[in-house]
Design a binder for this molecule. Structure first.
Ligand code: SF4
Ligand code: ZN
Length: 315
């Protein structure tokens, strides 16, 4: 049986079949096509200015390290732009400490400065301590990830301001984006969809704009990118990864994608089309400063302060 050749270079042996385009790609053409798609996404959503200082959120996993590598390559063509990697150390022993070492090693190889900010220093608590506090409670209203997500998001923003970044780039893939869209609906919070866009608006001087250059790249391809480029990354899961509903949605979407190719792209594009209407409804939620920490929020006290207070009260 003849081995199929790459649909792009027509020379090398195909290594990956891209179901949504029908292309068969060799390793080199797959890597180049992902890099080109990222460039096209950045251009289409006007994510970057020629002289931006970009803080790349690096966890040490395959997606964030693939993003760091691609942005480092793109940055070579933009001498006035600069990159810095930011990692949040949530304080998860045996997991994040290992990931941070891997992240640092990758940054060193790429010659990119690495800035680490920790829960312990910022909040006086590690994620391990927060989870121990949750275990002591009789009724568990919130999962470890619910705390971690809010506290990390705030810290990433503070860290980006500390390094004077113009943008924060995160490695959310097409899979993450579509899962989040469905999660917001299933949690009864569809208006959040307005805020989760490929590039956030400049709504407050203390809120650094976020960009998601991987929003149209399926996770399978970011994984292949990392393996094909021989990147060294952390692949063990977080011991607290307990988002049961997200996992169910992931399985559901993957099944749908297998049976009906491009389901994830269709969801992504549908939301792009209806987002302006949702944004019109949410415009009244003006940003102000949190009465406790001074960080931007739409409420009197920000979600992070509410959570930290709840945690103190319960322990
Ligand atoms: Fe935090 Fe949950 Fe991610 Fe672990 S899986 S790092 S607890 S958000
Ligand atoms: Zn606050």
């Amino acid at each position: 049986m003849n081995t199929p050749t790459c649909s792009i270079c027509k020379q090398k042996e195909a290594y990956y079949f891209r179901p949504y385009s029908g292309e068969k790609l060799c390793r080199g053409c797959l890597v180049r096509s992902i890099e080109e798609k990222v460039k096209a996404t950045i251009a289409e959503f006007k994510m970057l200015e020629y002289n931006d200082r970009i803080a790349v959120a690096v966890s040490g996993g395959k997606d964030s390290l693939s993003l760091l590598n691609i942005l480092a390559k793109i940055e070579l063509d933009h001498p006035k732009a600069s990159l810095i990697a930011i990692s949040v150390d949530e304080g998860i022993q045996g997991y994040r400490d290992k990931a941070l070492k891997i992240a640092s090693e990758n940054c060193r190889e790429l010659g990119i400065e690495h800035h680490v900010i920790s829960f312990k220093k910022a909040y006086g608590l590690t994620q391990d301590e927060i989870v121990r506090g949750l275990e002591n409670k009789e009724k568990k209203e919130m999962t470890p990830c619910a705390y971690c997500g809010v506290l990390r998001r705030r810290l990433l923003n503070i860290g980006a301001r500390e390094v004077e970044a113009d943008k924060i780039a995160t490695a959310h893939t097409l899979d993450d984006e579509t899962q989040t869209i469905l999660l917001n609906m299933l949690h009864g919070d569809p208006l959040r969809i307005a805020r989760e866009k490929p590039m956030t608006d400049q709504v407050h001087p203390k809120l650094v704009q976020r960009i998601k250059p991987f929003c149209r790249i399926p996770e399978k391809e970011t994984t292949l990118y990392a393996y094909t480029k021989g990147l060294f990354f952390q692949d063990m899961p977080c011991p607290y990864s307990s988002e049961a509903m997200r996992n169910d949605i992931r399985i559901f979407l993957n099944r749908m994608e297998q049976k009906h190719t491009s389901t994830k792209f269709t969801i992504f594009r549908s939301i792009q089309r209806i987002r302006p209407a949702i944004e019109d409804i949410t415009k009244e939620d003006e940003m102000q400063q949190c009465s406790r920490c001074g960080e931007p929020t739409t409420q009197i006290t920000c979600r992070a302060c509410q959570m930290l207070r709840q945690h103190q009260d319960k322990c």
